[in-house]
Design a binder for this molecule. Structure first.
Ligand code: IPD
Ligand code: CA
Ligand code: CA
Length: 496
């Protein structure tokens, strides 16, 4: 095998010369982003001949070959990975070769001619960059650089990729998109980046790099495990450590790709028969969605508490201030106080409710587009709205634990802390008003107590926001709640 490896390395260096020694013609293969150049074709042809000569009876499964079959020995070849970069003179593309023996990749070579970097690996012998051993990093999730892409040739999948990015980004260090799957995986192998996900790649994009990554101590998996079958694209994820791999998987599973493409809104409404299938197929981590959503609601609720507490603090100043205004009776002051208090409380509740509803609604649109591969922009907003209100009308959530949970989340805006604020404020207000009307000295003390207690509540709320933010690294999870909410109602009720 060592000898074969050496020959493969020499062959790809030879092949790479074809990329640069003549002018290049660019053509479009399928969608406008899917390019093939004359260099892709030349390199492919060269490798077809040279590689099949190296092992008798071997076949070449190449991106630019018409026939894509397997044999006992199959060379999986991407003549140029990163063609878009190549056509624009961005020095970041590679020739990628993997050798599949009875369904297992045994050898991998990825060569980037512009940088002269040659990555290689043989099963059981480690991974190398320009003949120096390489190893993945040991960075924890919070410090990873995440390589990913937006499914360039299948733009309908972009919303899912974006939400996965959003979820990972909230927890990791930063994101990179270099434009060559093979090189990105090799960068992961040598510790330059630490995490990888692409929703739709073909064997030639990752076959060669996959063994380089595993030999470098990393982890890589493709969806479906179809042994580098070229008939369908797969999602591929990779990570430096098992722990980070599991974390990435948990995030990816929150964003299922299921169901059929929805073309008509009508079709969506008539989707009922597919619900059972949906229940079985959707690998949806609802518990964690609820948890995230709950955190977010707690945060929102605390924000609202803060707004109200702050507002009440201001209002409480009205009483001592109004003492200096001539002609104001204690009764007027009390009425003013109560009036301002009520307006503020109502405003606080309405604003926060509206914010929660808006985000839940937005998340529902997202869920529809992800579950049914439906173009988000084409979703009829009034349809989502009608489903949204249908769902809200459903009473009796107690029958079903999950639905109960959803309602609890949705309405937990009125929970303990707010109740305590209200009761405390009302009690202070009542006493203060009573004392004020009697003109007692105690009035001032009570107002002072009230004022101090409101300050205390205000700072307590602030502290809570701080601690919620610390435990919940994610920026905003109303959308997660919206998804859980939508899915539960969608699965459990007939929405027509
Ligand atoms: C593409 C590149 C790109 C990845 C795409 C691939 P190509 O290969 O690897 O980084 O995002 O999924 O198809 O078309 O340049 O050989
Ligand atoms: Ca490719
Ligand atoms: Ca290619």
């Amino acid at each position: 095998m060592q000898k074969i490896l050496q020959s493969v390395k020499e062959t790809v260096i030879e092949a790479s010369k074809l990329m640069f020694d003549r002018s290049v013609e660019v053509n479009v293969k399928g969608v406008k982003e899917d390019l093939v150049t004359s260099a892709d074709i030349d390199v492919q042809k060269f490798l077809n001949e040279a590689l099949s000569r190296l092992i008798e009876g071997s076949v070449v499964l190449g991106e630019e070959n018409e026939i894509k079959t397997h044999a006992k020995y199959t060379w999986i070849v991407d003549p140029i990975d990163g063609t878009m970069n190549f056509t624009r003179g961005i020095p970041h593309s590679a020739i990628s070769v993997g050798l599949l023996v009875d369904g297992t990749i045994e050898l991998g070579v990825v060569y980037c001619p512009s940088s002269g970097e040659m990555f290689h690996a043989l099963r059981g012998s480690g991974a190398f960059l320009n003949d120096r051993p390489i190893h993945v990093s040991d960075r924890p999730f919070g410090q990873v650089l995440f390589c990913t892409a937006l499914s360039t040739y299948e733009k309908r999948l972009a919303p899912i990729c974006l939400s996965i990015m959003r979820d990972v980004y909230a927890r990791c260090s930063d994101i990179r998109r270099f434009g060559s799957c093979a090189l990105e995986l090799c960068y992961l192998a040598c510790g330059r980046v630490d995490l990888f996900f692409e929703i739709r790649v073909f064997p030639w994009d990752y076959a060669g790099a996959s063994i380089i990554l595993t030999e470098a101590g990393g982890r890589i998996e493709s969806s479906g495990n179809r042994s580098f079958d070229a008939s369908e694209a797969v999602a591929v994820s990779g990570a430096n450590t098992d722990e980070n791999f599991k974390k990435l998987q948990t995030i990816i599973k929150r964003h299922p790709v299921g169901g059929k493409t929805m073309r008509e809104h009508k079709e969506f409404v008539q989707i009922k028969p597919k619900k059972d299938q949906l229940k079985k197929n959707v690998d949806y981590d609802l518990t964690s969605l609820y948890e995230n959503a709950h955190d977010e609601l707690t945060l929102q609720q605390t924000k609202r508490d803060q707004i109200i507490a702050f507002y009440l603090t201001l209002v409480s100043l009205v009483i001592p201030l109004s003492y200096s205004i001539e002609g104001l009776t204690p009764q007027t002051i009390a009425a003013l106080f109560v009036g301002l208090f009520v307006i503020g409380a109502i405003l606080g509740i309405v604003i926060i409710r509206y914010k929660v509803y808006k985000e839940v609604y937005w998340a529902s649109c997202q869920t529809i587009s992800q579950l049914f591969n439906y173009d988000q922009e084409k979703i009829d907003k009034s349809l989502v709205q009608s489903i949204f209100f249908e769902v809200l009308k459903k009473k009796d959530p107690a029958k079903n634990g999950r639905i109960k949970g959803a309602w609890k989340c949705l309405f937990s805006a009125e929970t303990l802390m707010f109740e305590i604020h209200m009761i405390m404020t009302m009690a202070c207000l009542g006493l203060a008003t009573y004392m004020t009307t009697r003109g007692s000295l105690l009035t001032f003390i009570l107002i002072l107590v009230f004022f101090i207690s409101m300050q205390f509540v205000y700072f307590a709320s602030y502290f809570r926001v701080f601690s919620v933010c610390r435990t919940n690294q994610d920026a905003d999870f109303n959308y997660a709640f919206g998804k859980a909410w939508f899915l539960h109602f969608y699965i459990n009720y007939d929405l027509e």
